[in-house]
Design a protein around this ligand. Structure first.
Ligand code: TYD
Length: 210
C-alpha cells in the first residue's frame, strides 16, 4: 500500500510520519519511510538545488528537477518496496508538484498531471493524508523550525515565498482532495499529534480497535 502525506509548510507531516512509523514498528508491519525531494541517492543531490535560497531556478527547470527526483525515487525505492509487499510512507509526492508548481506558480494543472503520469509510470498513491491548516499558522511553525535547525538559507526557498502563494497551494490541495475523495483523507492539522495519528490509522484501515 502506497501512502503519501501532503500539506502546506509547517503542517506537521514529519511528526505524523514519525508516529506512524513507530506504530508500524510496534505492529511489525514492513514499511519504508521516505520523502521527496531527496528520497534516493540521486534525489539527495537534487534536493539542495531545489531548496537552497541562493538557487536561481527557472520554474520549468524547477519542475523537471522535481520530476527527475520522483522518477528515480519511484524506480529505485517505491516500486521495489511495493513489489516486496512493504507499505511505503512518503512525505510529499506528485500532489505537491500540482499544488506548488500548478496552483502556486500557475503552471497548467492538466499538463502537470500528465507529466507526473509519465515520470512515475502512472503510479499514484493508494491513500493520501492531507494535513490542512491555515497558512499563517503553518508558515510561522515552519519558519520557527527552520530557524531552530539553522535551515533558513539552505532549505528555505519555498518558505520565503509570499503568503498568497501558500494560500493558492492550500486551495490546490483541497481542490485535489475534492476531485479524488476516495484517495484523499483531509485531516485538521491543528489537532494534537496523538489525535492525528488515530485519524491516520483509521484512514489506513489500521485503527487501534481493529
Ligand atoms: P521540505 O524540506 O520537504 O519541506 P516540508 O517540510 O515543507 O515538506 O521541502 C520541500 C519543499 O519543496 C516544500 O516547500 C514543497 C516543495 N515541493 C514542490 O514545490 N514541488 C514538489 O513536487 C515537491 C515534492 C516539493
Amino acid at each position: 500500500m502506497f501512502v503519501t502525506v501532503e500539506g502546506v509548510e509547517g503542517a506537521g507531516k514529519s511528526t505524523l510520519l514519525g508516529l506512524l512509523a513507530g506504530e508500524f514498528e510496534r505492529r511489525a508491519l514492513p514499511f519504508v519511510r521516505t520523502r521527496e525531494p531527496g528520497g534516493c541517492a540521486l534525489g539527495a543531490r537534487i534536493r539542495p538545488l531545489l531548496l537552497d535560497v541562493s538557487s536561481r531556478v527557472d520554474e520549468r527547470a524547477e519542475l523537471f528537477l522535481f520530476l527527475a527526483d520522483r522518477a528515480q525515487h519511484v524506480a529505485e525505492t517505491i516500486r521495489p518496496a511495493l513489489q516486496r509487499g512493504a507499505w511505503v510512507l512518503c512525505d510529499r509526492y506528485a500532489d505537491s508538484t500540482i499544488a506548488y508548481q500548478g496552483y502556486g506558480r500557475g503552471m497548467d494543472v492538466e499538463t502537470l498531471q500528465r507529466l507526473n503520469d509519465y515520470a512515475t509510470g502512472g503510479l499514484w498513491p493508494d491513500k493520501t493524508l492531507l494535513l490542512d491548516l491555515p497558512v499563517e499558522t503553518g508558515l510561522s511553525r515552519a519558519l520557527a523550525r527552520n530557524g531552530r535547525e539553522g535551515l533558513t538559507e539552505s532549505e528555505g526557498r519555498f518558505e520565503a515565498e509570499e503568503q498568497a502563494f501558500h494560500q493558492r497551494i492550500r486551495e490546490g490541495f483541497l481542490a485535489r482532495a475534492e476531485r479524488w475523495p476516495e484517495r484523499f483523507c483531509v485531516l485538521d492539522a491543528r489537532l494534537s499529534p496523538e489525535e492525528l495519528l488515530a485519524c491516520a490509522l483509521e484512514a489506513l484501515g489500521l485503527s487501534r480497535r481493529a
